[in-house]
Write a protein that binds this ligand. Structure first.
Ligand code: SAM
Length: 224
């Protein structure tokens, strides 16, 4: 059986009983970064062996994990934070397992996009998750242009290094909409700020953007 296990996005206590039990009982944990996952396994006294499964070894490692699964081993797939496959490795292995009729089950739990969406105060009944915006400005602006008429709440992941550039492009392409910026959710410096893209840019020009960010916007009222 392949278990797809969600892990905390910051606060180590955000893990389900079933996730801990699963991580204890499987034969192997396939982790994006074994050193990172060790923080979690040590905290919960989980002594299951770990092996790495990340973006750049997912093809070769996928075949190896598939062989173990075919031999009857139980494997849990985890990433550094949140839910595997969500802007993280996982999809290729899950697809491979499915193609080979390996039983799969999901052990659901945290994911930053849902935590941010529920904390944002923006409409949640309909939303679109775009993952990370393109790194290059031309591609980013093209993506933003393509979403100009979007009526649902739009959710992006963003890195602290690109936050200011992304806010600038959002301001210019979307005409300075109200943005919710959810930072460091479940951690010590958790912050959910709602302001215009320009005001947020001014703020993060003075205060260096640090940590992990989710950006959310609802152009819906404007587009309906
Ligand atoms: N698989 C993860 C999930 O389920 O949310 C996402 C992994 S992705 C590589 C990492 C991005 O998720 C970060 O750059 C940030 O945009 C977002 N993220 C993860 N943890 C977060 C947190 N505690 N607060 C805000 N955003 C977070």
């Amino acid at each position: 059986m392949l278990y797809i296990v969600s892990t905390p996005i910051g606060n180590l206590k955000d893990i389900t009983f079933r996730a801990v039990e699963t991580l204890k009982n499987v034969d192997l944990i396939a982790a994006e970064d074994t050193r990172h996952t060790q923080i979690l396994t040590r905290h919960y006294q989980i002594d299951t062996p770990l092996t790495s499964y990340f973006e750049h070894n997912q093809f070769s490692k996928g075949e190896y994990l598939l062989k173990l699964l075919k031999d009857g081993k139980d494997i849990a797939l985890v990433t550094d934070a949140g839910t595997p496959g969500i802007s993280d490795p996982g999809y290729q292995l899950i697809q491979l397992a499915k193609e080979n009729d390996i039983p799969i089950t999901v052990v659901p739990g945290p994911t930053a996009l849902i935590a941010a969406l529920t904390a944002s105060g923006l409409p949640c009944h309909n939303f679109i998750f775009e993952g990370f915006l393109p790194v290059k400005s031309a591609a980013r602006r093209k993506k933003l242009e393509s979403l100009k008429e979007e009526k649902r709440t739009i959710v992006f992941y963003e890195s602290p290094h690109r936050l200011l550039k992304a806010l600038k492009d959002i301001e210019e392409v979307w005409g300075d909409p109200v943005i919710v910026c959810a930072r460091e959710l479940t951690k010590k410096f958790e912050e959910v700020k709602k302001d215009s893209a320009q005001k947020l840019r001014e703020h993060f020009t003075k205060v260096e953007p640090k940590g992990e960010f989710v950006l959310l916007v609802h152009l819906g009222a404007r587009n309906s």
